[in-house]
Design a protein. Structure first.
Length: 301
């Protein structure tokens, strides 16, 4: 019986110790929960906390919106084969401007012996009117190559919006700190931080505006080429006759070129001959001795 009694006493001691430990832990947890949390530090570093909160809020808003409001940049290119590329450029410009777009680049190439006339344009079209405008452009000729690419930049735009909002709040907070600065050192530090925040804010606003323009206006490169009909060279007798005639025309053209080149020299040589020949004859007649009189002249004498 004595061992059982000692076992019971040990169990009671263990239970008492565990109860005391639990009460101490509960009191510590209650004290820590009741203790007020330290307030976030204000001043210059508060913008990062607000920016992080704003980004988290933007991501939650984007997840809530789903695909209803997405920011997508659309770019594309197309090749149109038309009857006259240089004449079709005006039709393309008219269609683009009619849809509310604009022409950023335009170039035209005249036709040569080896290449047909062509033209190239880079246009900006409202994203909502891109499909309808492409259909109107395809009516001008034959579309042989059409490529459209899309890039979702929703996360980037939301992040820029959140950072802009945070920087605006930080700027306003720094302006308030400058008004309450008691020392010149605090004022200079606040002014330096404010200048940096304002520069960052302007940079983000410019980037956001450029991104918004790319989303609102799709970019499309249009290449226009003139359709050329293939020519078949005739063969047989007709082909030989054609080849001979072309050779004769080429020879006659070359002969005329040579004659035109030599004609001024021949005119100068003829003029020199017209002056030199009489002088030579006169000098020759003066140098010959007088011969015997002719019989008729002697009889007359």
């Amino acid at each position: 019986m004595r061992p059982m009694r000692w076992v019971a006493v040990l169990v009671l001691v263990v239970l008492a110790l565990s109860g005391c430990t639990g009460n101490g832990a509960d009191s510590q947890s209650a004290g820590s929960a009741a203790a007020p949390a330290p307030a976030p530090a204000g001043g210059f570093g508060a913008a990062e906390d607000s920016g992080e909160a704003a980004r988290e809020q933007s991501e939650s808003d984007a997840a809530a919106d789903g695909d209803a409001d997405r920011d997508v940049i659309t770019t594309g290119s197309m090749l149109l084969v038309v009857d006259d590329a240089r004449a079709a450029v005006d039709d393309v410009v008219r269609l683009v401007e009619g849809s509310g777009g604009r022409v950023d680049e335009r170039s035209e190439q005249a036709g040569t012996d080896d290449a047909a006339p062509s033209a190239s344009l880079v246009v900006r079209i409202p994203a909502a009117e891109l499909t309808a405008t492409i259909e109107d452009l395809e009516a001008l000729g034959e579309s042989r190559d059409l490529q459209i690419a899309s890039q979702d930049v929703t996360r980037t735009t939301r992040d820029l919006d959140a950072r802009i909002t945070a920087l605006r709040a930080s700027t306003e907070r720094l302006i308030g700190i400058m008004g309450q600065a008691e020392t010149s050192e605090a004022l200079v530090a606040a002014e330096s931080a404010l200048s940096q925040r304002q520069a960052d804010l302007e940079s983000l606003k410019s980037e956001r505006a450029q991104l918004a323009d790319q989303v609102a206006m799709s970019t499309l490169r249009i290449n226009l080429v003139t359709e050329s009909s293939p020519t078949l060279a005739p063969g047989g007798f007709v082909g030989g006759l054609t080849t001979g005639w072309e050779a004769l025309v080429s020879f006659a053209s070359a002969a005329l070129v040579v004659l035109g080149t030599l004609l001024p020299w021949l005119a100068v040589l003829a003029l020199l001959a017209a002056v030199a020949v009489p002088l030579w004859r006169r000098r020759r007649g003066a140098g010959d001795p007088a011969g015997p009189p002719e019989p008729q002249e002697a009889a007359a004498g």
